[in-house]
Design a protein around this ligand. Structure first.
Ligand code: BG6
Length: 527
């Protein structure tokens, strides 16, 4: 495949080369290399994830010249389609879900020629005959050199079976020297508790090495999540404060306005703890709390993250608030209660909101609560990390009658309005001495003036490059399940009903009480 920019060199120019007076030596390449030639096999090719995220992300990489010249996509799904029909559907996805990506018909035509379609029910090894024939033909005629990235965007109950039949046919087998390479990307959820995650891992590892497995947590592909490490370890400023001596508490919010959007059946069997907290929120927490890694290599970073997870104390019943949204009005429209959503059982106790008080029992964080909350149908779409610093000594300015001095806060806005805010006190102009809270604000959009790429672009590119640092390792996933499995099991055993909250609110009053009992409150950037 010829990238539109006419790139055929192995190193991409343009990324981070002397963009400003930052002092970077323009001769120092800071850009990634192009992936080697390969075929990308998309299982679940007619599903929602492929349409909304994967095809738009792959096409966006193509338009930026970030894919190798010899790159073919083999789409695999149960549904009968001609390749022409599949290509048209893929074009519609790009138009619908990547409106910012230039989808001129001519550019699309060139891209679409590299898409193949195979219909398969993926039940047994012989169901892969069509895929095998297509891959062999592509490898003979298109120069993909036998390198293969298998992307499992299937329902989770198919993950293990698909990997097993890939193994049985030899399609995913990789020689010990890794040439040609064979990699498998597994979507979330990775299991639904510790036992099922271990079992899934065991079945994957029967035919794959850990290095061949790329477990997706798409939060790790977000620029702002990657920036947590940059902020901490590329600056002197923050790291001095980043410990129990200065930080009073840490808050992580993953708030969505969306309800079930047709996913009621899936969600009712999982709930927000499995859907968001076990993966996205704990990944963010471990990046916030980790020690500096020795290098930026995948394993060095993941070693440090896993140490944080291991230090997390199992939350007790009184550390957790489980809740479900009722019926109400959001943005002027009536929305149904969770239990009335299509696909949801009318007696469901599944939580659509959860707030948990975690403690990371290590030297750096001893005694500092990490309050994590995640929920559907909340007031605003907002993912944010806030570190509240300890108050200054109660002398000097805090004694003035006109001083309003909330504790300093460092807020990392993961989305939307990506950026960082610092809340601090400043002297109000005038002859008197009044202290008022002010904000210092860094905004990605204002500072860099370009759209933030979708997380899936970065993740697909990294998987093609063989860089696993933004994917979850088996012990990370397992340790996150170790923390939450007893908590989920206790909730599932109990008969206590979940608390309720109004759609469009910030969650149940019980979550406010969780913090007020500690003399604290929840913060959002705008509070
Ligand atoms: C997914 C969850 O992993 O993340 C969804 O399954 C959720 O329920 C989504 O809506 C949120 O992702 P983002 O990138 O919009 O924050």
């Amino acid at each position: 495949m010829t990238p539109t920019g006419g790139q055929d060199s192995r190193r991409i120019g343009g990324w981070g080369f002397g963009q400003d007076a930052s002092g970077l030596d323009p001769r120092e390449p800071t850009s990634p290399t192009l992936p080697s030639p390969c075929a990308m096999v998309l299982f679940g090719a007619t599903g929602d994830l492929t349409r909304r995220k994967l095809i738009p992300a792959i096409y966006s990489l193509y338009t930026q010249g970030l894919l190798p010249r010899d790159f073919e996509i083999v789409a695999v799904a149960r549904r009968k389609r001609t390749v022409g029909e599949y290509r048209s559907e893929a074009f519609e996805s790009v138009q619908a879900y990547a409106p910012a990506v230039p989808a001129s018909t001519a550019a699309w035509q060139r891209f679409a020629e590299h898409i193949h379609y195979v219909c398969s029910s993926l039940e047994s090894p012989s169901d892969l005959d069509g895929l095998k024939a297509t891959l062999e033909q592509v490898e003979r005629s298109k120069g993909t050199q036998g390198n293969r990235l298998f992307y499992l965007a299937t329902p989770p109950d198919a993950f293990a079976r698909v990997v097993e039949i890939l193994g049985a046919t030899g399609l995913s087998t990789q020689a010990s020297d890794g040439i040609p390479w064979r990699r498998v990307v597994i979507e979330k959820p990775f299991g639904r508790d510790l036992a099922s995650a271990r079992e899934l891992n065991r079945r994957l590892r029967a035919t794959l090495t850990e290095e061949q497995i790329y477990r997706i947590d798409h939060y790790l592909g977000k620029e702002t999540v990657q920036n947590i490490m940059v902020m901490r370890f590329a600056n002197r400023l923050f790291e001095l404060l980043w410990n129990h001596l200065y930080v009073d508490n840490v808050q992580i919010t993953v708030a969505e306005t969306l309800g079930m959007e047709g996913r009621g059946g899936y969600f009712d069997a999982s709930g927000i703890v499995r859907d968001i907290i076990q993966n996205h929120a704990l990944q963010v927490l471990s990046l916030v709390a980790m020690e500096p890694p020795v290098t930026l290599s995948a394993d060095a970073v993941r070693d440090e993250k896993v140490k944080v997870l291991r230090a997390i104390r199992t939350p007790r019943e009184q550390d957790i608030v489980w809740a479900q949204y009722g019926a109400g009005v959001m943005n002027g429209a009536q929305v149904p209660a969770y239990k009335e959503e299509p696909g949801v059982a009318s007696t469901s106790r599944t939580e659509t909101y959860c707030a948990i008080r975690f403690f990371v029992d290590n030297w750096r964080w001893a005694g500092v609560p990490f309050y994590v909350r995640a929920g559907k149908r909340l007031a605003r779409r907002l993912t944010e990390v806030s570190l509240e610093l300890r108050p200054v000594p109660d002398v000097l300015y805090s004694r003035l009658t006109c001083a309003v001095m909330p504790p300093n806060r460092i807020s990392i806005r993961i989305q939307p309005d990506e950026g960082v805010d610092i809340l601090m006190g400043a002297k109000e102009p005038g002859v008197g001495m009044c202290v008022q809270p002010v904000r210092m604000r860094f905004s990605y959009a204002e500072e860099f003036g370009r759209a933030i790429p979708d997380a899936y672009e970065r993740l697909i590119l990294n998987a093609l490059l063989g860089d696993a640092s933004l994917f979850a390792r088996d012990d990370e996933v397992g340790t996150a399940w170790e923390i939450l499995t007893p908590v989920l099991a206790a909730w599932e055993r109990s008969t206590q009903p979940p608390a309720t909250y109004m759609p469009g609110s910030w969650g149940p009053v019980e979550a406010d009480l969780l913090l007020s009992a500690d003399g604290r409150r929840w913060w959002n950037t705008d509070t």
